[in-house]
Write a protein that binds this ligand. Structure first.
Ligand SMILES: CC(C)(CO)[C@@H](O)C(=O)[O-]
Length: 440
């Protein structure tokens, strides 16, 4: 029997375990759909569309996540057109040296994919489509390029770290329209609010968004060469109208064609293990991941240890419990979760502790992203983890003194590294003359 694929079939059984009515019925999905071509997916979306989509997907941020998304899409039986956006010449040259290949290694076996289109940006912020990798000059030279390609972007997957996402979107915002869809793949909370506030303040001219919770384990071997260390999932949800609480069932027809297309494409790309969920369902996964990140990341970064090492000390256990008491209190008080039954159990300090312990022991030998960021002198995502808990706590009248302290300890550790490396001379405040008055 042939069943026509409809958006509601994205909502696979097992995902919709949320306690409110799902927006879509769960239908049995014929297995042949899982090997549909991107053109078939596009045709279904374009069927009733006023302006048909081309189906091209742009990916910005070619770290581990960006490589994994680009590679996964390229493994499809019929890959969609994929453009990777490289924001500097250094990255572009590295990609040329790699002969335009992205490689993902699983259990030591490399799978290499090619066929990616590339855009780079010049100092004035103009994006250029580069010639195919075998015909391209070795470095960026606008003489060899076609005219700046300022064409609109239909679907953008943005894989930069939380603290770079707003700036990265700002740089490309002139190419994003109210018909575009941005899929945000980052850790932490609060990024979308600042994008809306600072990049797209007009709600009527804003692109659509898909938010994600990504739990695959990835490691970096080289530029454009990563390892898939542990199979996880990619939970996706379109972001609804912010004035409507996430728990309100919303009609399918409010989704833009680019949102439907991108959701369909990602959920039918096997390596991503992607499932679509409701906004309220996704928010709960985001908050669970936040609780894990608020404990494992700063503790491993401050103590410069692996994830597993925080499990074998009474002192770490005490800190973990105290942090989780505050995190649990803030999450359970969030207005956006009110009305969802079972929140107090799902986000109780004890359940969050078990989650943290599970993840720390499953990734015992790994170094958390924050520990690596601190050691490699990169910005950390602490503002989007414990910083977010503190800010939301303040709004709700819940004091989060321990999360506040942790946030500042991480910031202080990063600052110490920076000043040591800059050879800064510590200030002797007693002898600093800040006015014309003589020293006391
Ligand atoms: C699981 C996790 C907390 C630590 O490896 C990971 O999300 C990270 O590194 O951020």
């Amino acid at each position: 029997m042939h069943l026509t694929f409809r958006p509601h079939s994205l909502w696979r059984s097992g995902v919709l375990k949320t306690s409110f009515r799902p927006r879509f019925q769960v239908h049995s999905v014929p297995t042949t759909r899982f090997i549909s071509t991107w053109k078939e997916e596009l045709e279904e979306v374009n069927y009733a569309a006023k302006a048909p989509l081309s189906g091209r997907v742009h990916i910005l941020g070619m770290g581990n996540l960006g490589c994994f998304f680009a590679h996964s899409l390229a493994t499809r039986r019929s890959p969609p057109p994929i453009t990777i956006c490289l924001h500097n010449d250094y990255l572009y040259q590295a990609f040329v040296r790699k002969r335009g290949q992205i490689s993902v290694s699983t259990h030591g076996l490399d799978d290499v994919r090619t066929g990616f289109d590339v855009e780079t940006v010049d100092e004035e912020g103009r994006w250029y489509t580069m010639p195919p990798v075998d015909k391209r000059p070795s470095s960026f030279n606008s003489e060899y390029q076609s005219l700046p390609d300022n064409g609109p972007i239909e679907c953008l997957i943005i894989c930069t770290k939380a603290h770079h996402t707003e700036l990265a979107i700002k740089d490309i915002s002139h190419r994003l329209t109210k018909d575009s869809t941005i899929c945000l793949v980052h850790n932490g909370m609060g990024v979308l609010d600042s994008i809306n506030q600072n990049v797209f303040p007009d709600p009527n001219n804003r692109p659509h968004y898909i938010q994600t919770v990504f739990s695959h384990g990835l490691g970096r071997n080289d530029s454009f060469k990563i390892s898939h260390l542990g199979v996880g999932t990619t939970i996706l949800s379109p972001v609804g109208d912010p004035s409507i609480p996430p728990t309100t069932p919303e009609a399918d027809h409010t989704w833009a064609p680019s949102t439907k297309y991108l959701l369909r494409l990602l959920t039918l790309t096997p390596p991503l293990v992607a499932v679509a969920d409701t906004p309220a369902g996704l928010l709960q996964y985001q908050l669970e991941k936040l609780a894990v990140n608020c404990v494992i990341n700063p503790l491993t970064a401050l103590s410069d240890c692996t994830n597993g090492e925080i499990l074998y000390s009474f002192s770490f256990t005490r800190v973990m419990r105290l942090l989780l008491f505050e995190i649990s209190a803030v999450i359970c008080a969030l207005p956006e979760l009110q009305g969802i039954p079972g929140i107090e159990d799902r986000f109780s300090p004890e359940r969050l502790r078990r989650l943290v312990v599970n993840i720390a022991s499953n990734t015992a030998k790994n170094h958390s992203s924050m520990q690596q960021d601190i050691n490699q002198r990169r910005l950390t995502e602490i503002e989007y983890f414990n910083g977010w808990v503190v800010r939301r706590g303040e709004e709700l009248g819940i004091k989060c003194a321990l999360n506040y302290m942790i946030k500042h300890l991480v910031a202080a550790k990063a600052a110490t590294h920076r000043s040591r490396e800059a050879g800064a001379i510590p200030l002797d405040l007693d002898n600093v003359i800040s006015t014309n008055e003589p020293p006391i």
